[in-house]
Ligand binder design. Structure first.
Ligand code: SF4
Length: 167
């Protein structure tokens, strides 16, 4: 089991990275290079620091007010296995999981990568697609540009086609 994840940092109490009060993990390393990205410090794969997901989980367990955990970027799907394990622990505790990605959901499925599939399986809301400056919209909830989708992964798994969440 891979417990180490490279992160740029955490936000232990966020209200902007998904519904309710959340613990956000900002992963380190992103290949997308979206022009206008707000987190360019998260792009280098050798930046940030290594963290143990068990320590992160301990911190999450210390806050009874949390509704869930958000995995943000960087690009979480560049190190999906330890994040899937963290998400599994988070679900076991009864909290929900929001995952951001610059990939399209369909492209993640097409990778047929066990780690990617495991992280998708442990995600309740997936916010997908690159940030597109020309489609930037400050009125959107949880996303920066209109091309990005908030996918209800539980409904999507049940129906077999993409179901958007009502945000
Ligand atoms: S996917 Fe996210 S972190 Fe990566 S370049 Fe695009 S906006 Fe920035």
């Amino acid at each position: 089991m891979e417990y180490n994840v490279r992160i740029s940092g955490v936000e232990p109490e966020s209200i902007v990275d998904g519904p309710g009060f959340r613990y956000t993990v900002f992963t380190q390393g992103c290949p997308h290079g979206c022009p206008g990205c707000h987190n360019p410090q998260t792009h280098p794969f050798d930046g940030g620091r290594t963290a143990d997901i068990r320590k992160i989980f301990e911190e999450i367990c210390g806050n009874p007010l949390l509704k869930g955990v958000t995995l943000s970027g960087g690009e979480p799907f560049c190190q999906p296995a330890p994040l899937a394990e963290l998400a599994r622990m988070v679900h076991e505790k009864g909290l929900d999981v929001v995952t951001f990605t610059g990939y399209l959901y369909e492209n993640l499925l097409a990778k047929h990568d066990p780690g990617v599939d495991a992280l998708l399986a442990q995600t309740d809301l997936l916010i997908d697609g690159p940030f597109v400056l020309a489609e930037k919209d400050l009125t959107l909830r949880f996303r920066g540009s209109r091309n990005q989708r908030v996918i209800d992964m539980n409904a999507t798994r049940n129906s077999g086609s993409v179901v958007l969440a009502d945000y």
